[in-house]
Design a protein around this ligand. Structure first.
Ligand code: ADP
Ligand code: ASP
Ligand code: MG
Length: 468
C-alpha cells in the first residue's frame, strides 16, 4: 500500500489494545513505526487505544463504585487508558530516535456532541498535526475520546478508537487509514471462533458496514460509515505481521456486473450482546407505538430489530424488539414509566437477556434468492429456535438464544458453496501531497464532508467538520 502512494503518503495508523497490550508490544510497534519513519514515510499520524483489558478494568471500577454513575464521570474514568498508552508509545518512539508529540482529544481539538459514552465526532482541528509534520515531529493521538462544546471529556462508545482514526484520516484527507489489530484483517467469520474462516482481501464499504454493525468486532461500525461517507480507504492488518499483502482493504462499492459474480455470503457475524423486549396487551390506539419508540429514542437507546404485526382477530397489539444488553435497564425504566400512564396501563412487558444475533452478509445476495431459506434449514436441522428475523438486500439476521452459539450451526452451508473471497477489483491509485488545502473548500463538499479552511499566515489551517 505504501509503495503505491510513495514517501509523501499521508496515513493515519491506529494501533488497537492488543497491539499495545504490553511493554514488549509497545516497543515492537514503536520499532515498526520508527523504521517506516526513517525510510521516509514521515506524514503519519498515530492513533492509539488503551492497553488491552485496561478499558474493561476502568469500566468495572466505575460500576463497582456506582452502577448508575453520571456518564460524565464514567467517560472521564474510562478514557484514562488512552492517556497512558499514547505516553508509553511516544516514550518508546523517543527511544528509537523519533520525536513524538502526544495529544489528548481536547489538546488536538476532537469535538463531539455531548452524548456521553456514545458521543459522535463533529469536528477535528488538524492544525497541530500539520504543525508537527512541518517541524519533523510525529503526532500520537489518544483514540476513543473527544471533547464536547461544554468542555467535558466524552467517549465514542466501546471500540471507538477505530472511528477516531478514520475521522482524523478524513479530516486530513489522508491517502488511507490503517487499522492495526491482532488478526490479519477482516475474515468471513471471527477467526477465533471459526478457525477455517477466510481472510477477505478486498471488501466494499456496504458489506463491511453490515458486518461491523452486526457484531464483527474487528471494526467499530461508525468507522466504516465514515470511511464510506468520505471515501477513505481503510486497510485492516495485523500489527505484527510484516507481510503487506495479508490484509483487508475496504474501499468504494463494486459495480453491478461485479456484484453478479460476488460471493453469495461474504461473512457471518455474531453479536452476543442482545436483549429482547416484548410488549403485549397494548390497546389498538394509533400513536402508542410511536410514543413508545419516541420515549426510548429520547434516552439515546438504539433499537435494532422490531417485530410488529397488527392482527385483525386480536383486540390488542404486540410488539417485540431488540436492544444492546447494556441498554436493558434504561429501556425497562422507560417502559415502566409509560406503564403508569393511562393508555399504557394494560400493557405487559417482558424483558429477556441472553440472546445473540447471527447474521449472514454479502452483496451477492442481491442477485440470488434462497439464502434465508438455507439459513433457516441449517438452524432447524440443529434444533435452534429462531426468535426474530430481519432481512435486507444484503443480510439475513436471526436472533437466537446465546447458549445455542456453543454448538456448530452448520454455517459452512450458508455460503452456498461460494465461499467469501475478495469482491472488488478496484485499486486505490493516486497520490497526494500532505499540505493542507490552500484555497477555501466548499462548505459542503460532494462527499458530505463539511470543510472550512482559514488562512492563518504562514501555516494554513485546515479545520474539517465531520458529521458522523
Ligand atoms: P483491537 O484491540 O485491535 O481494536 P478488537 O479486539 O477490537 O481489536 O478486534 C479484533 C478482534 O475481532 C479479533 O481478535 C477477532 O477475534 C474479532 N473478530 C470478530 N469478527 C471478526 C471478523 N469477521 N474478522 C476478523 N476479526 C473478527
Ligand atoms: N479502549 C477503548 C475500548 O476498549 C476503545 C478501543 O479500544 O477502540 O473500548
Ligand atoms: Mg477494536
Amino acid at each position: 500500500m505504501y509503495a503505491r502512494f510513495g514517501k509523501q503518503a499521508v496515513v493515519v495508523q491506529k494501533y488497537g489494545g492488543t497491539s499495545v497490550g504490553s511493554v514488549e508490544r509497545i516497543a515492537s510497534v514503536a520499532e515498526r513505526i520508527a523504521k517506516q519513519y526513517r525510510d521516509g514515510y514521515t506524514n503519519l499520524a498515530i492513533v492509539v487505544s488503551a492497553m488491552s483489558g485496561e478499558t474493561n478494568r476502568l469500566v468495572d471500577l466505575v460500576k463497582q463504585v456506582n452502577p448508575r454513575a453520571n456518564e460524565k464521570f464514567y467517560d472521564l474514568a474510562v478514557a484514562a487508558g488512552e492517556q497512558v498508552s499514547i505516553a508509553l508509545l511516544a516514550a518508546a518512539l523517543e527511544r528509537n530516535g523519533v520525536q513524538a508529540r502526544c495529544f489528548l482529544a481536547f489538546q488536538l481539538g476532537i469535538f463531539t456532541d455531548p452524548l456521553h459514552a456514545k458521543a459522535r465526532i463533529q469536528s477535528i482541528d488538524t492544525r497541530d498535526i500539520f504543525n508537527c509534520w512541518n517541524v519533523g515531529i510525529l503526532p500520537v493521538i489518544a483514540g476513543f475520546q473527544g471533547i464536547s462544546e461544554e468542555g467535558e471529556l466524552t467517549t465514542l462508545g466501546r471500540g471507538g478508537s477505530d472511528t477516531s482514526a478514520v475521522a482524523i484520516a478524513a479530516a486530513l484527507k489522508a491517502d488511507f487509514c490503517e487499522i492495526n489489530t491482532d488478526v490479519n484483517g477482516v475474515y468471513s467469520a471471527d477467526p477465533r471462533l471459526i478457525p477455517d474462516a477466510r481472510l477477505i482481501r478486498e471488501l466494499d464499504y456496504e458489506v463491511a458496514l453490515e458486518m461491523a454493525a452486526l457484531g464483527s468486532k474487528v471494526l467499530h461500525s461508525r468507522c466504516v460509515e465514515l470511511g464510506a461517507k468520505y471515501k477513505m480507504p481503510i486497510v485492516v492488518r495485523n500489527s505484527f505481521n510484516p507481510n503487506d499483502s495479508e490484509r483487508t482493504i475496504i474501499m468504494n462499492s463494486i459495480n453491478s456486473t461485479e456484484i453478479l459474480e460476488a460471493p453469495l455470503v461474504s461473512g457471518i457475524t455474531l453479536d452476543k450482546n442482545i436483549a429482547k423486549l416484548s410488549i403485549t396487551r397494548l390497546p389498538k390506539v394509533s400513536g402508542l407505538i410511536t410514543e413508545i419508540f419516541g420515549a426510548i429514542a429520547e434516552r439515546n437507546i438504539n433499537v435494532d430489530i422490531i417485530v410488529h404485526n397488527l392482527l385483525a382477530d386480536e383486540d390488542s397489539m404486540r410488539v417485540g424488539f431488540t436492544i444492546a444488553r447494556e441498554d436493558l435497564p434504561a429501556t425497562e425504566e422507560v417502559l415502566r414509566s409509560l406503564n403508569r400512564k393511562p393508555p399504557f396501563r394494560e400493557m405487559s412487558i417482558f424483558a429477556e437477556d441472553g440472546f445473540a444475533k447471527v447474521s449472514a452478509v454479502g452483496v451477492g445476495m442481491k442477485s440470488q434468492s434462497g439464502v434465508a431459506g438455507r439459513i433457516f434449514a441449517a438452524l432447524s436441522q440443529k434444533e435452534v429456535d429462531i426468535h426474530m428475523i430481519s432481512t435486507s438486500e444484503i443480510k439475513v439476521s436471526c436472533v437466537v438464544r446465546s447458549e445455542v452459539m456453543r454448538k456448530p450451526l452448520g454455517a459452512r452451508r450458508w455460503f452456498g458453496g461460494n465461499c467469501a473471497a475478495g469482491s472488488s477489483k478496484k485499486s486505490l491509485g493516486g497520490a497526494t501531497v500532505p499540505s493542507p488545502p490552500q484555497t477555501p473548500l466548499s462548505l459542503f463538499a460532494p462527499s458530505g464532508l463539511r470543510v472550512t479552511t482559514t488562512d492563518q499566515g504562514v501555516t494554513t489551517a485546515n479545520h474539517s467538520i465531520l458529521s458522523v
